[in-house]
Ligand binder design. Structure first.
Ligand code: TXE
Length: 488
C-alpha cells in the first residue's frame, strides 16, 4: 500500500471477517496516474462467492441482522454515514489513487454523496411498508413488504463507491443481505466500506465484499442459485450477458447500462450557461460517466458562435495530477480505456469529423499515466460511429440540427436512453422537448444533477429498474398479500 491508509491486503470480507481467498488468487490494482501497483487484491473464486452467499443467507434468515427492527437498521445506516464522513479524506484518497478521479471531486462530491445516500435510506428503513386493502366480502387483506433475501451487487469503476452505494444502501435499508463485487479496477473504497461496517457493528454477514474480475467472480455471482437479485451497473454488452445468465436461476435483475446522451442547445438558449453545461456534461469525471452529454446538438443558426465559445472554454480544462486539489481533469481509469478512447478519436478523424479541441494523448509530470486530452469534434453527423457508440471518455461530438422535429428525430435515434440536457429560455419548448425525448432523466438548463431522492435509470438499452429515491425501494422488496377470514 503506497500510503498510511492501510487496508487488509489480499483479503475478502465475508461473514464479518477478513479472510484469505480460498482460490489463493490475487491481482494488483494500479494507480492510473503513475501506472504503479497500489496493492494486491484477493480474487474471489467460485468457492469464495459460495461462502459469502452462505454467510449472507444466514444473516438474512436467522442471524442478528434478521432480528433487527427496521428502526434499528436505519440507525445502523446512519452510523455508517457518520463513519464515512469521519473518514472522508481516506475514502477520497483511495478513490483518487485507484481510478484517477480528481481529489477535489472525490473529497467534495463523491464521498459526501455516499454518506448522504446512507442517511437518506436510513430514513426509509421504517417507512416503506405494506397496506390494508378494502377487498370484497368480510375479509381483512393486508400486504407485507418484505426484503428479497440475498442481493448481489456488481458495479463499475467510474464512480466506484457512489454507484455501489446506490445499490447497497437501499438493499440494506429494506433488510436484505448483500454480497458486493466492486470492479476489479477500483476495489479499494468498497474494502474501506467493509471496514466501516465492521467498525459500526453491522451484524456479520449482512454486508460481504468479494473482490475479483467479471469472468471469475462476477460469473460465480450471476450463476449462484442462492442470490435472489443482481443489481448491476456497467457496459451494455455485459448487462445483456448478466441478464441471460441470471435468467437460468430466475434471479431478479436491475440494469443501469451505457448511454449516448444528447445535450441540446436551442437557438434561444443562454449560450454562456449552455457552454458551461456542455463542458461539464462531457469532461466531468473525464467523460467516464454513463450519463455524459456526449452528443452535443446545436441549432444551426447559433452553431458557429456556440462552438467558438465552447472551444475557448474547453481550453481551460487542464489535465493534471489527480491528487492536486486544483486539478479538475485526471487520467483515464486504465490502459484499456485509454486505448479505447484513442481509437475512437482516430475513428472520428477517419469518418471526416473535425477536431476543434485536443485529439490526442496528454502528458503530465513524468510522462507516465493514462492521460488523454479533452477532445471536441465538430461537423459530426448522428450516423457516425463516434455519435452512435458509447466512448466513455472525454470526447464530445457536436451535431447540427434545423428545427425541433429534426432535433427530436436525431436525439432519439440511438439505442440508448439514459439522460438528456436541454438549454433554452422558452419554457414551452423546454417541456415539449423533455416530453418527446426517450430518456430516464432530463436536465433543463443544467446537467449532471443528482440527489438521493430523485430516481435515475434508463430507457431502451440503457437498462431498466430505477435507482435512488423511493423508486429504488421497490426493486429491493417483494409484496406478500395476506387474507384473513373475518366472518363470525
Ligand atoms: O465494464 P463491464 P468494463 C462501459 C464503457 C467501458 C466498457 C468496459 O464503455 O469502456 O463498458 O468497461 C463486471 N459476469 N461501461 O469492462 O465489463 C465487472 O467486473 C459478471 C459503461 O469495466 O461492464 C465490473 O464489476 N460480472 C458503464 C462490472 O461488471 C461481470 C460503466 C462492470 O464491468 C462480467 C462501466 C461477467 N461476465 C463501463 N464481466 C456505465 N455506462 O455506467 C464484467 N463484469
Amino acid at each position: 500500500m503506497e500510503s498510511k491508509y492501510a487496508l487488509p491486503e489480499g483479503k475478502l470480507f465475508i461473514g464479518g471477517k477478513w479472510v484469505e481467498p480460498l482460490s489463493g488468487a490475487t491481482f494488483n490494482t494500479i494507480n492510473p496516474a503513475t501506472e504503479e501497483v497500489i496493492t494486491a487484491i484477493a480474487l474471489a473464486g467460485e468457492q469464495d462467492v459460495a461462502s459469502a452467499v452462505e454467510h449472507a443467507r444466514k444473516a438474512f434468515e436467522e442471524g442478528a441482522w434478521s432480528k433487527l427492527s427496521a428502526t434499528d437498521r436505519g440507525k445502523l445506516l446512519t452510523k455508517i454515514a457518520d463513519a464515512i464522513m469521519a473518514n472522508v479524506d481516506e475514502f477520497a484518497y483511495l478513490e483518487t489513487i485507484d481510478i484517477g478521479k480528481p481529489i477535489s471531486e472525490s473529497r467534495n462530491i463523491d464521498v459526501p454523496f455516499v454518506a448522504e445516500l446512507f442517511y437518506y435510506y436510513a430514513g426509509w428503513a421504517n417507512k416503506y411498508h405494506g397496506e390494508t386493502i378494502p377487498v370484497r366480502g368480510n375479509y381483512l387483506n393486508y400486504t407485507l413488504r418484505e426484503p428479497l433475501g440475498v442481493v448481489g451487487t456488481i458495479t463499475p469503476w467510474n464512480f466506484p463507491l457512489l454507484l455501489a452505494t446506490w445499490k447497497i444502501a437501499p438493499a440494506l435499508a429494506m433488510g436484505n443481505a448483500v454480497v458486493h463485487k466492486p470492479s476489479e479496477q477500483s476495489p479499494l473504497t468498497s474494502l474501506k466500506l467493509a471496514q466501516i461496517c465492521e467498525e459500526v457493528g453491522l451484524p456479520e454477514g449482512a454486508f460481504n465484499v468479494v473482490t475479483g474480475n467479471g469472468r471469475v467472480t462476477g460469473n460465480a455471482m450471476i450463476r449462484h442459485p442462492g442470490i435472489d437479485k443482481i443489481a448491476f451497473t456497467g457496459g451494455t454488452s455485459t448487462g445483456i450477458y448478466v441478464m441471460q445468465e441470471a435468467a437460468k436461476t430466475l434471479k431478479k435483475v436491475t440494469l443501469e447500462l451505457g448511454g449516448k446522451s444528447p445535450n441540446i442547445v436551442l437557438e434561444d438558449a443562454d449560450l454562456d450557461s449552455a457552454v458551461k453545461g456542455a463542458i461539464s456534461g462531457i469532461f466531468y469525471n473525464k467523460g467516464e460517466v454513463c450519463a455524459a452529454g456526449s452528443r452535443l446538438f446545436v441549432q444551426e443558426n447559433v452553431h458557429d458562435a456556440f462552438l467558438e465559445k465552447l472551444v475557448q472554454r474547453g481550453k481551460k480544462t487542464v489535465v493534471g495530477d489527480p491528487l492536486d486539489p486544483k486539478t479538475r481533469f485526471g487520467p483515464l481509469c486504465n490502459r484499456d480505456q485509454l486505448e479505447k478512447v484513442l481509437s475512437y478519436i482516430s475513428t472520428g478523424k477517419e469518418e471526416g469529423a473535425k477536431v476543434v479541441l485536443g485529439g490526442g494523448r496528454a502528458s503530465v509530470g513524468s510522462g507516465k499515466g493514462y492521460f488523454v486530452e479533452p477532445t471536441i469534434f465538430d461537423d459530426v453527423t448522428n450516423q457516425m460511429k463516434i455519435a452512435r457508440e458509447e466512448i466513455f471518455g472525454p470526447v464530445l461530438s457536436a451535431i447540427r440540427f434545423k428545427d425541433l422535429d429534426d432535433l427530436i428525430a436525431q436525439a432519439n435515434d440511438t439505442i440508448y436512453g439514459l439522460a438528456a440536457g436541454v438549454w433554452t429560455r422558452d419554457v414551452k419548448k423546454a417541456h415539449y422537448v423533455a416530453k418527446k425525448l426517450k430518456a430516464g432523466t432530463i436536465w433543463i438548463n443544467t446537467y449532471n444533477m443528482y440527489d438521493p431522492a430523485s430516481p435515475f435509470g434508463g430507457y431502451k438499452q440503457s437498462g431498466f429498474g430505477r435507482e435512488l429515491g423511493m423508486h429504488a425501494l421497490e426493486s429491493y422488496t417483494q409484496v406478500k398479500s395476506v387474507w384473513v377470514d373475518m366472518n363470525l
